[in-house]
Each structure stands twice: as structure tokens, then as C-alpha cells.
Write a protein that binds this ligand. Structure first.
Ligand code: HEM
Length: 112
């Protein structure tokens, strides 16, 4: 279970890097794939986060702060929704919103 948890944290960190990469790609290069990078990474982040909670609870690995997790879940869902809107009709403003929300979620994860 420890290894599974570590593997999920690993994916969670890759998802985080992907969101920031997609946001910067769209902002700085107008690369057509930026919107997909952003959306797919936000989905990876969302799913890996949920699985992290599931594994932590099942194996009693850590004491999770459920209020913090709920806040992260809502923010991550907002990033996914903005990512979908941005895929349908790409706009730099949407990429900025997704990037800023992801950074807010990093702050919640680290400082709360
Ligand atoms: C944009 C979305 C997200 C970002 C940027 C993000 C960021 C992070 C970061 C930076 C960490 C490492 C923090 C540390 O170990 O101190 C982390 C850990 C974690 N995240 Fe997320 N996260 C996101 C979404 C989610 C979601 C949706 C969930 C669950 C519903 C979640 C659950 C967790 C859990 C369980 C950990 C393990 C460490 C802990 O806080 O005890 N995350 N996340």
C-alpha cells in the first residue's frame, strides 16, 4: 500500500506539473496542444487526488484533513470545468484562471 500511495503522489505531482505546463504553453506559445495538456493534466490531478484519499483511508496511512480535501476537491473540479471550456473555445483568460486555481490548490496543499 505504501508503494501504491507513493506512486499516486508521483502521478499527482506529474499532473500538477502538466497543468502549469499547459497553462504556460497556451499563454506563451499559442501551441494548439496546450488546451489538451491542460485538460488531461487537470483530470489526472483530480483522479489521482481521489485515489490518494481512497488508499490513505483504506490502509489507514495518514490522518487526512477532510475540510482541506473538500476545498481541494472543489478547486480541482473548477480547474477541470475551466479546462473543458478552454478546450471547446480556447482563450488565454481561461488558461490563466486554470493556472491560478491550480497554484491556489498548491498553497492549500502545502500551507493548510
Ligand atoms: C489542481 C488540483 C490539485 C493540486 C494543484 C494539488 C496539489 C498537491 C500538492 C502540491 C501536494 C503535496 C503536498 C504535500 O505533500 O505537502 C498534494 C498532495 C495531496 N493531494 Fe492534491 N492537489 C490537487 C487536487 C487534489 C484533489 C482533488 C484531491 C482529493 C480529492 C487531492 C488530495 C491530495 C492528497 C490526499 C495528498 C497527499 C498529501 C496530504 O495532503 O496529506 N489533491 N496535492
Amino acid at each position: 500500500m505504501d508503494f501504491l500511495y507513493s506512486a499516486l503522489v508521483f502521478l499527482h505531482m506529474l499532473g500538477l506539473a502538466g497543468i502549469i505546463a499547459g497553462f504556460l504553453m497556451q499563454l506563451m506559445t499559442d501551441n494548439a496542444k496546450a488546451t489538451k495538456v491542460l485538460l488531461h493534466s487537470s483530470l489526472l490531478q483530480f483522479v489521482s487526488g481521489l485515489l490518494l484519499v481512497g488508499v490513505a483511508e483504506m490502509a489507514d496511512l495518514t490522518d487526512l484533513n477532510h475540510v482541506k480535501i473538500a476545498v481541494k476537491l472543489v478547486i480541482a473540479l473548477a480547474v477541470v470545468v475551466v479546462g473543458v471550456l478552454n478546450l471547446r473555445k480556447p482563450a488565454k483568460n481561461l488558461a490563466v484562471v486554470a493556472g491560478v486555481l491550480a497554484v491556489v490548490n498548491i498553497a492549500v496543499a502545502v500551507f493548510w
